[in-house]
Design a protein around this ligand. Sequence first.
Ligand code: ADA
Length: 564
Amino acid sequence: MIRLFRTNEVRHIEELEGLWEFAVLGEHDEPASADYRYRLHVPGCWEVHPELLTYQGRGVYRKWIRVEEPGPLRFLFKGASHTADVYWNGQPVAHHYNAYTAFEARVAHAAPGEHELTIVVDNRFHEGSALHIANDYHTYGGLIRPVVLEHLQDILIERIQFTPDWRDSGWHADVQVTVRNLTDTLQTIRLEGSLTGERLLFTETELQPQESRTLHGHFPCPTAKDWTVESPELYLLRMQVHTDRNQPIDDLIERVGFRMVTTERERIQVNGQDLILKGFNRHEDHPAVGPTFPIPLMVNDLELMRDMGGNTVRTSHYPNDERFLDLCDEMGFYVWEENHARGLSLEQMQHPRFDAQCEQVNREMVEQHANHPSIIIWGILNECASDTEEGRLKYKSQLEQIRSLDASRPLTFASHHRSRELCFDLVDIVSFNLYPGWYGDEDPGELCDQARGWADAAGGRGKPMIMSEFGGDGYYGHRDPGRARGTEERHADIIEANLKAYTERPYISGMLIWQFCDCRVTESTGWLLSRAMTQNSKGIVDRYRRPKLAYHAVKKYYGRIGDS
Ligand code: ADA
């Protein structure tokens, strides 16, 4: 399934789901000489194949595409982990880095007949990769999110960005539509759409050959109802493009919600209501499917979070599958979505590709996910070198970049630098990753009060504060009346002590447990050796979603506090 709603009624699109041919490639092997002896499901990761459980390297996928009508084609790859090179009949048509954002490959003109589509995917931590490195989660390999084939006409609606705007006691829609002329001739186009029963008309425009242009419109939507987590009201925003013919030649449908996010008086508001985020950090990871969740498993994760009384997910530490975000929109969850980076030292941030790779993932994250009402916070650079002057410059420019793409959401980052933090003045919300009771034996309440003081002293005064990570290891099924470290009992004690402290403190705007489920991590020597079974075992449920004892502690505390 491509999305949780239909994205096109005019444009002909099809998901290329199914078994594709696959071959392992050695470092210098060319796809032309590949031995396609595997059949792998797309979307999916190659680690689900018994011979590839721990394979890290290059591989090539192949699919034969039958074209009936000549014309332009576009392939949308919703996620290839982590570097992809796409070839059409052996000719390169796209290159993309980063597993967690989508990209396109366009074919200007496909003739009728059979064509070979091949994609070389590489998940090695090679020298060109600044963000995918050995880390406390697993970088799977393969075409991990859906692939879509689109049959295009002369004009393509590339994207729509919707921003809800409350003014003069009513909802309005700020709509930006990017259209591209795929021909070599001047085209006169007319864009029109609909939202909440209103017609959205744009003035007629001329597009130069091959030009891509963004058109802006502002429209009152008097009948729109608020999107809230209790009542997640969603609307289809339909946009169609016409040339001289009466029939539209292309369309795009987005699904949107009307809500405004603000921060004032140390609190976060949605539609003016103060809220408390009660939630979880979640890695997209499951032993049966890796990062490629079928929809029922995504729903199940959200149902478990809801059963515990949670209302928020942090997509630690990368942009998530948009169908998961669709579900959050639909089921009523708040989302903190963040770019892809975890725990990079200053030296790692000085990698020659770091700035460009972050710029790209930030842009793609915001452009691809801005229409999800569930996303109420953008985050960047989890636990990186925000305690250094040079790191600060990088935080500053990335935050400015995100603000320039979308000024409607507050920004944050999760810090573990305590009193050494240098970047709290740059964000709207201050967030702390502290692990009292696990990495240190501080009292969670006292540490939290201290953290408020560090934030106030470092430019965070008056800003909402989130405890963005806390927790400890708990090995599923490992019980001990002595409550030793690593048992479910000690894990539950840690979670309970943290939640008790945070729910008692009125200045806390959110608490996000590390983590929802146990997850696979990179197997490596070095500090990751401390991860028994090559997994991070701080989940409230294990990798198979079996609840640990801490589940009940979470339910007790999250169930007790209201959302605001
Ligand atoms: C950090 C980090 C997480 C995870 C956690 C842990 O706070 O942000 O990704 O590694 O520590 O389990 O120690």
